[in-house]
Design a protein. Structure first.
Lengths: 341, 250
């Protein structure tokens, strides 16, 4: 949303008398997109519905990273660890009867948050490129634990034998899964929108722009960053948990640095500093990947989709340094954001 | 001028490897008093401020604030206890509005980070404190401008306004007049005069005319060591200071 949307996490017109309408207007578009998805979901064919669920899960994952990268200014290259741990925790916790999905999701978030607490407590003592390297190292550590030991079935991963249930609802129905994921995405988006406008979010924005000044003003910035890191880890764990339920299988690839890189690309592609940027990034990245690996469309090049995807992203970043949100802003007032979810 | 010092520094030393940047500095700051610290570049003035604000640790010595030892306290704890500082290099939030710069600084007093349902921009306490700080600093008219777009002088004023917005008792000001024009300098000196009755102010400054006009006490540092401390007249006539620092011009 170009005109009224701030480029920073803190609202620009920050006076007590500022109109409350700005906030409502900003909530309108995401809410409309969610309602549209809720109506359209059951009408879609299996392929598109399935793709939409995948995109929504990746959106939650990208949103969780946006909390770190866009809101707090912490570029992590190990975010997949929390995603993977959430997925593994769901499968490992499901047991013979499948178990209750709500309990499993909370457990997955708790496990991811716990690992995020350990990783964050250590990695947040470093900054810049060292932070990137330390988060990557911790993610690789988690990757090799699942890859090289029998905890999670080794390099082949493990299957979710019996799908968990959600109260009386079975998750075999793709409609139930669809609405569950949509609700999780809406909840994540809403939570992060609240964070952004809160004092906590204002402090995170301050840390992103000038941490030295924040400390001088009396903020214990380490605690703030750690809280953001743990929250981001928990939300990534939620995304991982939903992915495990959707796919019915998990493997160590989920924790690999490729996955961390992909989600970082989604955030950059969409435009850092905007919640909707993370969602747009997840949509565009997934669609690009689908398109570029379709033989009917790309011919023999489809086998080398990594190459074409990489080139496409280089072009995107060169042309749109501020991501797709930057494009929406350049196109100007409300009209510019028309077709974008 | 109250008898009891608000901030008391005893034997404060900072070593960087073999280099002694600040060597056994002892000084007191009292409410209602501007205590200027002067010295050539590299004399250790900024290192001294950094130690007092908690940005770097002291190698030796003791700092007390209102009788309480704060030598080992974190920077954030000290800031909340009443030590505010400004920076030599303008350290603001350039992409936020002028008001938000001050509001965020004021928010430190009522952080409540868990209250996610409350909007930061409607935080009554920090909005009121920020508005008052901007008023005091003469920036009220620029409140809604983007901080990065301000003139250099206005940015320096904002730097001090953000410091005031944390409601400190002690102000550590690192060259607030650096790069300012004559008119801006006058405005800043008037602001410092307004702040003086209710604060203990430590002023590091290169503008000697300004220092001798506003300071009640002057401490002169050379190579990390205090070579003289006293009233402006005393310092002006001190032969050691004249040779070491003030030069022929004074």
């Amino acid at each position: 949303m170009s005109a009224v949307h701030p480029t920073t996490a803190a609202a620009p017109a920050a006076t007590a008398t500022a109109p409350r309408g700005g906030w409502r207007m900003r909530a309108l578009l995401p809410a409309a997109v969610a309602v549209a998805a809720a109506i359209a979901g059951p009408l879609l064919g299996p392929y598109w519905a399935d793709l939409l669920v995948k995109v929504m899960i990746l959106s939650i994952f990208a949103l969780s990273l946006e909390l770190l990268v866009g809101m707090t200014g912490l570029v992590s290259l190990g975010h997949a660890a929390f995603y993977g741990i959430g997925a593994y925790a769901t499968v490992l916790g499901s047991g013979a009867d499948g178990g209750n999905l709500i309990v499993l999701m909370l457990g997955a978030m708790g496990a991811a948050a716990l690992y995020a607490l350990c990783v964050g407590a250590l990695s947040l003592r470093t900054r810049g490129v060292y932070f990137i390297m330390v988060t990557l190292a911790f993610a690789q550590m988690a990757f090799f634990v699942f890859h090289d030991t029998k905890v999670g079935g080794g390099s082949d991963g493990i299957y979710l034998d019996v799908r968990p249930t959600l109260g009386g609802l079975g998750l075999e129905s793709r409609h139930v899964l669809f609405y569950l994921v949509l609700a999780a995405l809406a909840g994540t988006y809403g939570l992060l929108a609240l964070v952004r406008r809160s004092r906590f979010g204002a402090a995170l924005a301050g840390i992103r722009v000038n941490e030295q000044r924040m400390r001088a003003a009396g903020f214990a910035t380490y605690g703030y960053k750690l809280a953001a890191f743990v929250m981001a880890g928990a939300l990534a764990g939620l995304a991982g948990s939903l992915l495990a339920v959707r796919d019915g299988v998990v493997n160590p690839e989920l924790l690999s640095w490729h996955t961390s890189g992909d989600v970082l690309l989604m955030v950059i592609l969409g435009g850092m500093g905007h919640l909707r940027g993370a969602v747009i990034g997840a949509v565009v990245f997934t669609l690009l990947k689908e398109l570029l690996s379709t033989h009917a469309l790309m011919g023999p090049l489809a086998d080398h989709w990594q190459l074409t995807l990489g080139l496409t992203i280089i072009v995107f970043v060169a042309v749109l340094p501020q991501g797709l949100m930057g494009l929406a802003q350049r196109l100007g007032p409300p009209i510019g954001k028309g077709g974008k979810p | 001028m109250s008898a009891q010092p608000l901030l008391s520094v005893q034997g404060l030393t900072r070593r960087f490897g073999g280099l002694v940047a600040v060597n056994a500095v002892t000084l007191d700051l009292r409410q209602g008093e501007v205590h200027a610290v002067i010295g050539t570049n590299g004399a250790g003035k900024s290192t001294l401020i950094n130690m007092l604000s908690g940005e770097i640790e002291a190698s030796e010595g003791r700092i007390t604030l209102g009788g309480q030892d704060i030598t080992r306290q974190s920077q954030a704890r000290r800031a909340l206890a009443g030590i505010g500082r400004s920076y030599q290099r303008t350290t603001i939030f350039p992409e936020f509005t002028v008001h938000e710069n001050c509001r965020l600084a004021a928010q430190a007093a009522t952080p409540r980070p868990w209250a996610l349902w409350q909007a930061a921009r409607h935080c009554a306490d920090s909005n009121a404190t920020a508005a008052a700080a901007l008023q005091a600093a003469g920036l009220a008219a620029d409140a809604q401008r983007t901080a990065g777009a301000l003139s250099h002088g206005a940015k320096r004023q904002l730097e001090v306004a953000m410091c005031i917005a944390t409601r400190p008792r002690v102000l550590l000001l690192d060259e607030p007049l650096a790069g300012m024009g004559a008119e801006e300098t006058e405005r800043m000196l008037a602001l410092l005069a307004d702040l003086k009755p209710h604060h203990a102010i430590l002023l590091v400054e290169h503008d000697m005319d300004a220092v001798f006009r506003i300071a009640d006490r002057i401490t002169v540092m050379v190579n990390g060591t205090v070579i003289a401390s006293g009233g402006p007249a005393e310092i002006r006539n001190n032969p050691e200071v004249r040779t070491a620092y003030l030069g022929e011009g004074h």
